[in-house]
Design a protein around this ligand. Structure first.
Ligand code: AMP
Length: 474
């Protein structure tokens, strides 16, 4: 059997790093490490398409540590940008572990707390920075980051950075740091066109490493999808699954902060208080850090979260991921279920879908290139009647989805409700044509709005809602 030390040795790492790999429990390089480490050590630009859980952090961290070697001077030589503070902290901690036998100074920069300690650390001298784009620019503008010695730049979770609107900041950063003799890495879980365009802008003759096909979930995750007619039934189903002790470390993903708060409240009806935590962007920095640490250590059973808060977070041995809502950024589905089945473990994901979400689910199936049978909820879960307003919202969403697919579709739900409303009011039901072109204004249930032409101001026109000139146009 080959000595695991030899496997990292053969990639060209130095003895301190090899020792560190063994110390943190890496037995042999993962496929992305196998491919990326030699390329980055040789100074090539790398475009890595890999999900979290593949070992991609160490794939760029090890060559950077190797090439920075030891503490030197005062200014940073490497910069790693990542979208969220949690991810920055995680990358930082991986790097600290891998640099434990070196004297390299690695600093994490992120917002949410005062910049003073970070400024002090920068002034004391650093070799490697791990930062969110916003905090990096903020400190750069305060003249506390000197970029002229930066030789390594990594954009991690590039797709998420773009989804979160960081592109302008990234562009500004790219303009500021020297590009000559700089080695670049771009890592992304998915490879949509926008990431491809960024790679053309940012990388020079990159070597593309694709570890899994585009947005394919890890194969060791069993995915189940259940039809759940409404919110309350989803809550019953969640409580039902949580009765099963196999669900011992569970992440529940919600589309919004409000939904995450509601789910937490519901879970606390049947689970002890110290077993459930919720994280999202309205939660304070310390609350988020503590919740994550407690979950990671196995002291908390359920972590309820939104996509943004959980992005890229490595928590080993998550037994189950529950998608309480279907994500509207479809790639997030892959990120979500990537929390389980990590590092060769097996895991399970469960997704609840309503009628209105089945449209989005079909899009996700296209992305993951898999068809997953939608099952009925297990017996024993109370199926609630859908409240009228919730039903209306769903039907309206379905109508909107159909219209998006077929611009000629006039909206069966709206038309029907309009007819019902008119009949209920004892009015004569107009012909379909009249309904679709001149429905009443306002109200939750109505025909589609009349088509208003020429209501856009010209290039130089000042558009003031309600102004006489506008009215005239109409
Ligand atoms: P990442 O994709 O960087 O988030 O890493 C996912 C998980 O894999 C982390 O828990 C790492 O500690 C672990 N890991 C990374 N490289 C290796 C390796 N060579 N052997 C075993 N585990 C690893």
């Amino acid at each position: 059997m080959p000595n695991p030390m030899d496997e990292f040795l053969s990639l060209g790492l130095n003895p301190q790093l090899q020792r560190a790999c063994t110390a943190v429990g890496y037995t042999k390089p993962t496929p992305i490490q196998d491919k990326a480490i030699p390329l980055l050590l040789q100074g090539h630009d790398v475009l890595g398409i890999a999900q979290t859980g593949t070992g991609k952090t160490a794939a760029y961290a090890l060559p950077i540590l190797m090439r920075c070697k030891y503490a030197q001077g005062k200014n940073p030589r490497a910069l790693i940008l990542a979208p969220t503070r949690e991810l920055v902290m995680q990358i930082h901690s991986v790097m600290i572990g891998l640099a434990q036998f070196t004297d390299l100074r690695i600093l994490a920069l992120y917002g949410g707390l005062g910049p003073k300690p970070q400024i002090q650390a920068l002034e004391d001298g650093v070799d490697i920075l791990v930062s969110t784009p916003g905090r990096f620019l903020e400190l750069y503008r305060k003249d506390v980051i000197v970029v002229k010695e930066l030789k390594f730049l990594i954009l991690d979770e590039a797709d998420k950075m773009m989804d979160m609107g960081f592109m302008p900041q990234i562009r500004q950063i790219l303009e500021k740091i020297p590009y000559k003799k700089r080695m670049n890495g771009l890592f992304s879980a998915t490879f949509p066109e926008k990431v491809e365009n960024l790679s053309h802008e940012f990388l020079e003759f990159p070597h593309k490493i694709e570890i899994t096909p585009q947005a394919t979930p890890a194969s060791q995750v069993t995915q189940s999808v259940y039809e759940a007619p409404n919110l309350l039934t989803k809550l019953h189903a969640l409580a039902y699954f949580m009765q099963n002790p196999d669900f011992h470390r569970v992440m529940v993903f919600c589309r919004s902060k409000d939904a995450a708060n509601d789910v937490e409240k519901w879970l606390l009806k049947s689970l002890p208080k110290d077993q459930v935590r919720v994280i999202h962007s309205n939660k304070g920095q310390n609350t988020r850090i503590n919740a994550m640490a407690q979950f990671r250590e196995g002291n908390v059973r359920v972590l309820v979260t939104t996509d943004v808060a959980a992005r890229g977070i490595d928590i080993p041995k998550v037994s189950h991921v529950i998608n309480f809502d279907v994500p509207l950024i479809y790639e997030d589905y892959v990120h979500r279920i990537g929390r389980t089945g990590r590092a060769e473990e097996i895991g399970e994901s469960i997704t609840f879908i309503t009628l209105a979400e089945s449209y989005h689910w079909a899009k996700i199936e296209e992305i993951i290139q898999q068809k997953i049978e939608i099952e009925q909820l297990p017996e024993g879960i109370k199926i609630e009647e859908t409240p009228f307003l919730e039903q209306q919202d769903m039907l309206r969403a379905v109508d909107d989805q159909r219209k998006r697919e077929d611009p000629d579709f006039k909206g069966a739900f709206h038309d029907k409700k309009w007819v019902i409303k008119a009949k209920a009011a004892g009015k004569k039901v107009p012909q379909k044509k009249a309904v679709t072109k001149a429905g009443p204004k306002g109200g939750a249930v109505q025909g589609p709005k009349p088509i208003v032409r020429n209501n856009r101001p010209g290039k130089n026109a000042k558009f003031r809602p309600g102004a006489a000139s506008n009215k005239k146009k109409r």
